[in-house]
Write a protein that binds this ligand. Structure first.
Ligand code: F6P
Length: 378
C-alpha cells in the first residue's frame, strides 16, 4: 500500500532546504512508492484548524529544478505546539488528529534546535519522524555541518571583505554584524575568511574598554579596520564604556532600551549590536564623525541565498538518507548528519546538545577572535 509522508521545514529558512525536499520526494517515489505532501508553515500548518489549506502535494515531476532554489517552498514558522500553554490548549493531540485526518503516516523535515525539539516531542508520542539539520548558525550537534552554513560563509565572507576593502579606500572602520544567536560559528568563519582584524563571538564576553583600545591600535596603525561581530556578542550593560555611551549618546540610550523580544521557544530576537558598537567606537576613539565607522548588518542577506553546490549535495544526501531511514528501515526519532564523508544518523537527544564554539583561547586568538583579559581561560 502507498504510504503518505508529510514534509515540513521549520525555523529560519536557509540555502539547501529545497534540495532536501526534492531529494526526499525523488527517493521516496522511486525506491518506496511513497506519496508526499508538503505542509506549509511546519508545526503551524500541522496544528491549524484547516490543515488542508496548508498542503502542497509533491511528486517527482513537481520537484524538477527545485534543488538549486533558495529558501523553502514550504514556507516556515516558529510556532511551538509544546509550550505549557499550547499543551493545555490541546495542540499536540490536535496535530496527531490532523495527521490522521490527512492520512499521513510519517514526517520528514528540516529544522534547527527548536524544530528538532518539537520533532522529539512528536516522536515521543509515537509518531514516526526523521529530521535533517539546517541553520546558518550551525549550532546543532550530531553533524559536522548544517544545511545552509557553507553557502552563508561563502557569501558572508565575500560581503565582509568587500566592506573592508571599501573601508580601506576611505580610511574607515568597517563593522560587519552576522547572525548566529548564541553560537559564534558564523562570525568566526566569516571573520577568518574575510581577513577580519577582530572577531567577537558570544562565547567570549567583551570588555569594551579593552576592545576599543585594540581597535584604536589597529586603526592608528593601518588607518582602517575590519571588525566582524556576532549578533549575540555578550556585553555588560554595567560596562563603564556602556555607562559613558548612554550619557553621551541618545541613540545608544534608546537602542539599549529596546529590550529584545522572545520567540515562541524563548530565544531573544537579536540584531543591532553593530549600531551600538559604532557609536561606542566613535566616542572611545575620539573620532570626529560617525561616518568614520560604517556598519553593515548581513543578517537576512545570508538566509535567502541560492545554495552553493556544497549545500545542494548535502541536501540531496540528507534527503536520501532520511527517506531510507523512515521508509526503508522504518526507524524514527533520529536526525541525519554528516560525519567526515559519511551520512549517519543520531537520536534527537544527541542532536539537541548545544554546539557552541569550544576551541581553546590561544587558537581562537590566532584566528582573530577578541578575548578580554578578564575572561581568558588559557
Ligand atoms: O536560527 C537562525 C537565525 O537566523 C538566527 O541566527 C537569528 O537570530 C534568528 O534566526 C532570527 O530569527 P527570525 O527569522 O525569527 O527573525
Amino acid at each position: 500500500m502507498t504510504r503518505k509522508i508529510a514534509l515540513i521545514t521549520g525555523g529560519g529558512d536557509c540555502p539547501g532546504i529545497n534540495a532536501f525536499l526534492a531529494s526526499t520526494v525523488r527517493r521516496g517515489n522511486s525506491a518506496y512508492n511513497a506519496e508526499f505532501v508538503g505542509v506549509k508553515n511546519a508545526f503551524g500548518g500541522l496544528a491549524a484548524d484547516d490543515p488542508e489549506q496548508y498542503l502542497l502535494p509533491l511528486k517527482t515531476e513537481d520537484v524538477i529544478g527545485l534543488e538549486n532554489q533558495s529558501s523553502t517552498i514550504l514556507e516556515s514558522s516558529r510556532f511551538n505546539p509544546f509550550t505549557d500553554a499550547n499543551i493545555a490548549r490541546g495542540y499536540p493531540q490536535k496535530i496527531l488528529n490532523n495527521l490522521d485526518r490527512l492520512g499521513v503516516e510519517g514526517i520528514l523535515g528540516t529544522g534547527g534546535n527548536d524544530t528538532i525539539l518539537c520533532a522529539q516531542h512528536l516522536a515521543n508520542m509515537d509518531f514516526p519522524i526523521v529530521m535533517a539539520p539546517k541553520s546558518i548558525d550551525n549550532d546543532v550537534s550530531g553533524t559536522d555541518v548544517m544545511l545552509g552554513f557553507r553557502t552563508a560563509i561563502y557569501f558572508g565572507a565575500q560581503a565582509a571583505r568587500s566592506t573592508a576593502d571599501s573601508a580601506r579606500a576611505h580610511r574607515r572602520i568597517s563593522l560587519v554584524e552576522v547572525m548566529g544567536r548564541h553560537a559564534g560559528w558564523l562570525a568566526l568563519e566569516i571573520g577568518v575568511a574575510s581577513g577580519a582584524d577582530l572577531i567577537t563571538i558570544p562565547e567570549r564576553p567583551v570588555d569594551l574598554a579593552e576592545y576599543c583600545a585594540e581597535v584604536k591600535r589597529i586603526y592608528r596603525k593601518y588607518s582602517c579596520a575590519n571588525l566582524v561581530v556576532a549578533e549575540g556578542t555578550s556585553i555588560s550593560y554595567n560596562d563603564p564604556v556602556i555607562v559613558r555611551a548612554k550619557k553621551e549618546s541618545e541613540v545608544v540610550r534608546s537602542l539599549l532600551e529596546e529590550a529584545p523580544e522572545l520567540d515562541a521557544f524563548g530565544n531573544p530576537k537579536l540584531g543591532g549590536i553593530s549600531q551600538i558598537l559604532r557609536r561606542i567606537l566613535k566616542i572611545e576613539l575620539g573620532l570626529e564623525k560617525i561616518e568614520e565607522v560604517r556598519s553593515t548588518d548581513l543578517g537576512f542577506t545570508l538566509r535567502g541565498l541560492t545554495p552553493l553546490a556544497d549545500d545542494i549535495i548535502l541536501g540531496i544526501r540528507f534527503g536520501i538518507k532520511a527517506a531510507d531511514i523512515l521508509l526503508g528501515e522504518e526507524r524514527s526519532g533520529v536526525m541525519v548528519g554528516i560525519h567526515g564523508l559519511e551520512i549517519k544518523d543520531v537520536p534527537f537527544e544527541q542532536a539537541l546538545k548545544p554546539k557552541i564554539v569550544n576551541r581553546p583561547d590561544k587558537e581562537l586568538e590566532a584566528l582573530g577572535v577578541f578575548i578580554s583579559s578578564a575572561y581568558r581561560s588559557s
